[in-house]
Design a protein around this ligand. Sequence first.
Ligand SMILES: *Cc1c(COP(=O)(O)O)cnc(C)c1O
Length: 350
Amino acid sequence: MISFYPGPSRVYDEIPAYVKDAANAGILSMNHRSDACMELIKKTLALLRKKLSIPANYTIVFAGSATECWEIIAQSFNQKSIHFYNGAFGKKWYEYTKKIKPSVQSVSFLPEHALEPQAFPYTDSTDLLCFTQNETSNGTQVSVKILEQFRKRVPEALIAVDATSSLAGIYLNIKAADIWFASVQKCFGLPAGLSLIICSPKAIQRMREVNRYDHYNSLAFMVDMMNRHQTPYTPNVLGIYLLMRVLQKVKPIKEIEKITQQRFDRWSAFFNEHTFLKFFITNRNMRSKTVIALTGEPAYLDSLKKKAKKKGFLLGEGYGDLKTSTLRIANFPAIKQNEITALQKFLRSN
Ligand SMILES: *Cc1c(COP(=O)(O)O)cnc(C)c1O
């Protein structure tokens, strides 16, 4: 079965061999306080910086999932935050945060309409703006250009970005925001169970001012530990090892992005011609490059997904409210060109 599911998604072919290597190298029962583990973490951080163009003055920490990152941010900053969302993941982030910080605000916008930085309800006390860079549920994106405009508009505020289904798939100017996070089961082509948070010096400074240490995953505690290449709790050492191996293998992000874009362009041309499947989002500027959301007759979509499964293609279900009216196809780097060609051949005749 070839998975085009936008998370958890197809992992790189080399993963089983890397797991075997991990077993042979004693990684599976490695002590997380050992020098060897600290060395592994150090190496992985250096590779992340190199391959994803993360500036040297940004701090990276590991967590378990993107959902955990939502809570870490809510617990670690004293924010008057505003959550901008147009889909299910951005909304969930807002709802998770609201349980912890009842005062947070939200701005929902239409999937077909780009955010306008000039038009949002900013007040002097706003100190954290939250965006879902790639909304996996409906196949839209908030462009980095728009993030940069928000940065100019509200230079004092921190900008936090959920990049779970785009980090490692497209080039993101890390300097355009203060807090980035993603889990690894999407564009990284890895099994689930690990996520990372990338923080600007300003985010670290703000976190120190708040100085909260009341959770095992308070960001301040995580950063203190990571300064010694450690984590507050036993981390997913195998996941970190696999991340390191994948990072050693993959091209720098700007080269990966070229391929993502080329493939996206080919998918666009393909669906412009398709009789029954259309892009769910008609505004081209809003379309995600890594998650393609398509719409069609619910009965057609349902039978297509079933037929595809029989032919060995796993297509992504619609998400949440869009379950029956859409389907999704991941355009993640671990998917191979010949698999895309095979899926297009199948879709052409169905
Ligand atoms: C998948 C996804 C999440 C949730 O990720 P977990 O690692 O399962 O917590 C959050 N945000 C976005 C945008 C996602 O695509």
